[in-house]
Design a binder for this molecule. Structure first.
Ligand SMILES: Nc1nc2c(c(=O)[nH]1)N[C@H]1C(S)=C(S)[C@@H](COP(=O)(O)OP(=O)(O)OC[C@H]3O[C@@H](n4cnc5c(N)ncnc54)[C@H](O)[C@@H]3O)O[C@H]1N2
Ligand code: MOO
Length: 392
């Protein structure tokens, strides 16, 4: 059995980004950049006003003396010509600053009388000007390779006047839930010992949220020849197969054997963590296979700890575990001999570990927004202690 850190190092070592493709900006949300994005134009594109008011040469302004307004500048429509000393140009936020102007006086400090304007004293030292290129220059890198295009990143690409961007292909992910007892949610109540397949929809949602494409979401009975056939079909259709259940040592735990006939090479099998010890990763041909334990909390915790970084690595992103130091708002029990990821909720002053930490929990999962990382053998921790936590 390997440690969590050793398992993470194996992910980084064995998982390379999928090939790159160029896509329209309109399709880029959620995708990961395969190359740095450089700006084709500077931002701001021109030196512009940051306020609605009057553009002036500051040294020519005399408080409460009339000044001639010689024209207007609007965004996209500049004042034509240099600004003569002793004159002002009506200007609006975002408009190019007239040549020769070095200050914008906000209209709140101006009183207009026909063609003239007077400025009251005390309009302040701010010039209210944004210099051309003060945000970024033409040719600057506005986003680095490996950045995920969240809404804020889309602003930078568009502002650099780029209509397309190079991203890594989306991973195709096939989901298989194994277990004779599993039934489609809504139909379990019709058979006395059936239970709803509660994690497949959750895993599909996680895959899609993290930039993958779910090619299939299916169930398999605990029957090895049938599972072997199913494995062959799934391996041919996906970059990654995620199989839940059947990971442990039971006589009908077939998650690994079903891929053995297809040349499965194991990268790791069992990790010293709680929950989720039976998690495993392998490769059959070109396709990765991730095995998650059947217990629902274990499946979701290992999906967060392993599936999410695998999807990130396939898309060329940096491994996505952002641990944060956070205070405890409730006591944390001592840890056993496996590194433990305690489920916790954020309350006003910190993280409160949930009362039921059983790996079969389903109902309380929605309240668990954080995983607290507890090293093996850690003593009980009091309220206020700092812990390492990962958004869950
Ligand atoms: N003798 C041992 N027994 C077990 C060990 C062990 O080391 N020695 N490990 C335990 C641990 S830890 C876990 S976690 C589980 C994992 O077992 P499996 O991955 O083989 O999972 P199953 O046996 O198929 O199912 C466990 C449990 O979860 C329910 N389940 C399965 N799939 C789903 C699903 N898609 N939706 C909802 N619930 C699901 C299943 O009905 C079982 O109740 O093994 C321990 N045993
Ligand atoms: O360690 Mo298992 O994944 O919790 O019950």
């Amino acid at each position: 059995m390997i440690s969590f850190d050793e398992a993470m190092a194996l992910l980084s070592k064995h998982i390379a980004p999928l090939e790159a493709e160029t896509i329209a900006l309109s399709k880029a949300a959620g995708r990961t950049l395969a190359a740095d994005v450089t700006a084709d134009i500077p931002s701001p594109r021109r030196t512009i006003s940051a306020m609605d008011g009057y553009a002036v040469r500051l040294e020519s302004v005399v408080s409460d003396a009339p000044m001639r307004v010689v024209g207007e500048a609007r965004p996209g429509c500049p004042y034509d010509g240099p600004l003569a000393t002793g004159t002002a140009v009506r200007i609006f936020t975002g408009a190019p600053l007239p040549e020769g102007a070095d200050c914008v006086i906000m209209q709140e400090h101006a009183s207009r009388e026909g063609e003239d304007v007077r400025f009251s004293a005390g309009f302040g030292p701010a010039r209210h000007i944004r210099q051309q290129g003060s945000d970024f220059a033409k040719g600057d890198i506005v986003l680095e390779q490996g950045t995920r295009c969240d809404p804020k990143a889309l602003v930078a690409i568009a502002a650099g006047d780029r209509s397309e961007t190079a991203v890594h292909r989306q991973p195709k992910v096939a989901l298989l839930a194994t277990g004779d007892e599993l039934a489609e949610p809504g139909s379990a109540q019709r058979a006395p010992y059936a239970i709803p397949d509660s994690t497949s929809y959750a895993l599909a949602a996680l895959v899609e949220r993290e930039g993958g494409v779910v090619t299939t979401r299916e169930r398999g009975l605990d029957d090895l020849p049938a599972l072997e056939r199913q494995a062959g079909e799934l391996l041919g259709s996906a970059d990654l197969v995620v199989v839940t259940g059947g990971a442990s040592v039971g006589e009908r735990d077939f998650a690994k054997p079903m891929f053995a006939a297809h040349g499965l090479e194991q990268l790791f099998d069992k990790v010293a963590i709680k929950p989720g010890k039976p998690v495993w990763l392998g490769r059959a041909g070109e396709t990765l296979v991730l095995g998650l334990p059947g217990n629902p909390t274990s499946a979701m915790v290992t999906a967060r700890l392993f599936l999410q970084p695998i999807l990130a690595l396939l898309q060329g992103a940096s491994t996505a575990h952002r641990w944060r130091s956070m205070p405890l708002a409730g006591g944390l029990p001592a840890t056993g001999d496996r590194e433990t990821f305690a489920r916790a909720a954020w309350v006003s002053e910190g993280l409160c570990p949930l009362g039921n930490q059983d790996s079969g929990v389903q109902g309380g999962l929605a309240r668990a927004d954080w995983l607290i990382r507890c090293p093996p053998g850690q003593a009980e921790l009091p309220v206020g202690a700092k812990v390492q936590a990962l958004q869950f």
